[in-house]
Design a protein around this ligand. Structure first.
Ligand code: FES
Length: 278
């Protein structure tokens, strides 16, 4: 995953996730982690498309001991970066999403316990942001920009043909667990419209034909490189881990700006134009 990825913004102090009392003393829910029973009510992830998670020895709505230990280790590192534990909620939601391919009931429980928040507060935040998924996404999460410029340049047509081609709709996953689709708003890449993203890497100047070929290649397991960014695609779970703040070492790979983005700068330089003094 490259440095071009856009993480979700952190909620302000009036968001549902900020309403609970924080002691500011560190891992407020740490003790409770070992005694959680979860709430259940959500289907197990075992064998779910794109999750690959084993939950043996775990109650519904909880993680097994090995997963729990690993998540706690990562969570402590992330929480240590913030003055108050509750401020780490957004990256921790990405962390549990990297485990399950979505924010599961177990993920909500884990975040609530380790941050000393109520589960309702955690769910209130996770259901506010579209980057947190409510059901397992595919190994490759494919976004099609249908915002104004991409739409008129062909994004709407790409979306229509891709959904018909794959048989799945918004935030739905193909039966093989390989690909999920999402309608995206502007990706700040309008100069490459119409744009698609796979696990938050850019695929520029798409057509309905290239979009369908891309999805077919992903489902066939072919090696795919984004138009910009690193030479290989990570999985949706790996991308979620990067968004949690745990780098994969690929941030420096590939160009940071494409040709179209630099065209204005080239013209300005050729004409000796400069920005006015502030
Ligand atoms: S409208 Fe699609 S990237 Fe801006």
């Amino acid at each position: 995953m490259s440095a071009t990825t856009r993480p979700a913004g952190e909620p302000d102090n009036t968001s549902p996730g900020d309403a609970g009392a924080s002691t500011g003393t560190g891992l407020t829910g740490e003790t409770a982690l070992s005694t959680s029973t979860g709430t259940g009510g959500e289907p197990s992830n075992a064998g779910a498309p794109g999750t690959g998670r084993q939950e043996s020895a775990a109650q519904p709505g909880t993680y097994g001991p090995e997963v729990r230990e690993r998540l706690e280790r990562d969570a402590k590192e992330i929480i240590g970066r913030y003055p108050r534990p509750r401020s780490a909620l957004l990256p921790l939601l990405h962390l549990v999403q990297s485990e399950d391919g979505y924010v599961s009931d177990a993920g909500h429980e884990f975040c609530a316990e380790i941050l000393g928040l109520s589960k309702a507060e955690v769910v209130g935040v996770s259901t506010f942001y579209t980057m947190y998924k409510r059901k397992p996404m595919g190994q490759y999460h494919v976004g099609v920009c249908i915002n104004t410029l991409c739409a008129v340049m062909g994004g709407d047509q790409i979306w229509d043909e891709l959904t018909e081609h794959t048989g799945v709709g918004h935030d739905e996953t193909t039966p093989d667990g390989k690909v999920s689709l999402e309608r995206l708003e502007c990706n700040a890449a309008c100069d490459f419209a119409p744009v698609m993203m796979v696990n938050w890497e850019f695929f520029d100047n798409q057509t309905p034909a290239s979009a369908k070929q891309l999805v077919d290649d992903l489902r066939d397991g072919k090696e795919i490189a984004p138009t910009r960014g690193p030479k290989r695609l990570c999985t949706f779970k790996e991308a979620s881990r990067v968004l949690a703040g745990l780098p994969d070492g690929l941030a420096g790979d590939g160009p940071s700006a494409g040709d179209s983005s630099l065209e204005g700068l080239r013209i300005a330089k050729a004409n000796g134009w400069k920005a006015p003094e502030a």
